[in-house]
Design a protein around this ligand. Structure first.
Ligand code: PHE
Length: 447
């Protein structure tokens, strides 16, 4: 295999992974999942999932990727020749294609909201009018498809021109700006009339509400938000240098990602209770609530434009990372040209993305388990495929691959003194796989 590039700086590694992790998962999906599942109790379980499942699985992905500098399939085959565990790459590819499809629809909504905020439509309306605005967007097949396609074309052009590194560099600068912006919005939300109620909803857990759907939702959200289980961070880690501290990097990524999600919660819920929205509104929650927030801020016009520009960048660094799994697989395992692989990835996403965009209008009657196509893609990929992928990867690192390599990777060949080595290996071997299996059993009613 030819020499593969390595990230030039330590910050490059972490920033690209943070770029993958931070996206619509934090700002759009986290608030709606938390809202749909009662707030505080969901968040408590979510944080436990990040700590005991997310961080260990992320470290497992890093170990496989960095020890071989290869994509998931070849990496596993190198570590244990002939191992069937390499088929996890197919779970990753399925999840990645499904996520890209519905993610592009939501990212398309973001682009339309950016457009609306530029033409000044994000201020000066009533709460009801904002709600109608969203409903008319998703209700219109043409508009939804237009924005979804536009987003997928942008994703395609960036990948095809090979400028994703450039985009990642720009977003390295923009991500901290997004963080600051979120802090400002947070302070603003805390001054809203019903802020207290919102905070109470978020931070005072009522554990009597714990249900199978909440637990699997929290686990799925943790995997989705941290980009785990589909070998995305494994692929990124294959470019890490030998000096990258794996445990520290995983912890930083998980903490930053969780902070962004919690900030989004602190922004949205005080507003939900102040403007009379429904916490259980589902995927439309933030789209209905955010305009109300911008509207009552001094200089709301500029805040709205800045926010949607930044969110667009946060989304595209995430879709680049999921597309890379498919592209790397096609180019490295099937000798396809990068051009062709990029086209294939986009073509599949265009077809499936069309189904997702139409599932709010023309195809809204097509339902399985009471879920439309969009919700089904979201549910199956996040709540089933990603944790299943994480389970396989944790078992592989914990039980199948050479322990010596695991320890060498965690300690950078003995150069780092990692005090948490034992608990981390324990979590990878026992806690993560057992917890994922138990949650699956709990949800299917077998346990
Ligand atoms: N973690 C990303 C987000 O929060 C979504 C994502 C999932 C990206 C899986 C890559 C792989 O928006």
């Amino acid at each position: 295999m030819s020499e593969r590039a390595q990230f030039a700086t330590k910050i490059g590694v972490i920033a690209a992974s943070v770029g993958s992790a931070v996206g619509l998962g934090n700002i759009w999906r986290f608030p709606y999942e938390a809202g749909a599942h009662g707030g505080g109790a969901f968040i408590s379980i979510y944080i436990l999932c990040v700590l005991f499942l997310g961080i260990p699985v992320m470290i497992a992905e890093f170990i496989i990727g960095r020890s071989t500098h290869k994509n998931a399939n070849s990496a596993i085959n190198t570590l244990v020749p002939g191992s069937k565990f390499r088929y996890v790459s197919y779970v990753g590819i399925c999840a990645s294609v499904m996520i890209l499809s519905f993610y592009s629809v939501v990212a398309g909504w973001i682009v339309e909201y950016l457009f609306q905020s530029i033409i000044g439509n994000m201020t000066g309306h009533t709460t009801q009018e904002y709600s109608n605005m969203f409903n008319s967007l998703v209700g219109s097949p043409y508009r939804s498809l237009f924005w979804t396609y536009l987003f997928l074309i942008a994703n395609f052009l960036i990948l095809r021109k090979g400028i994703q590194k450039g985009i990642e560099r720009i977003s390295n600068i923009l991500m901290p700006v997004l963080f600051v912006l979120l802090l400002v919005f947070c302070i603003n939300s805390l001054t809203l009339p019903n802020a207290k109620e919102g905070l109470k909803f978020l931070f005072s857990p009522d554990f009597s509400q714990v249900s199978p759907s909440m637990v699997i939702g929290a686990m799925g959200q943790a995997f989705f938000s941290l980009s785990l289980g589909l070998t995305c961070l494994l692929t990124y880690a294959s470019y890490f240098s030998d000096k990258t501290p794996l445990v520290k990097s995983a912890t930083i990524i998980a903490v930053l990602d969780t902070c962004v999600a919690i900030l989004a919660g602190i922004i949205i819920f005080p507003a939900v209770f102040s403007f009379g929205a429904e916490p259980t509104a589902g995927p439309k929650l933030v789209f209905e609530v955010l305009p109300n927030i911008f509207q009552q801020m001094p200089g709301g016009y500029l805040w709205a434009v800045a926010f949607f520009v930044l969110l667009f960048f946060a989304s595209i660094t995430s879709t680049i990372s999921m597309s890379e799994i498919v592209i790397t697989f096609c180019t490295e395992e099937h000798n396809m040209s990068r051009k062709k692989a990029t086209r294939l990835n986009t073509a599949i996403a265009l077809v499936l993305g069309t189904l997702c965009a139409l599932s709010f209008n023309l195809l809204s009657d097509i339902k399985l388990f009471d879920k439309n196509i969009f919700d089904l893609f979201d549910y199956v990929s996040s709540n089933i495929l990603l944790p299943a992928g994480g389970f396989i990867l944790a078992i592989f690192v914990g039980w199948i691959m050479d322990k010596k390599i695991v320890k060498e990777q965690l300690s950078n060949h003995g150069k780092l003194n990692v005090h948490t080595m034992k608990p981390i290996i324990f979590c990878i071997r026992y806690v993560a796989p057992i917890a994922i299996a138990l949650i699956f059993l709990y949800v299917t009613g077998l346990f």
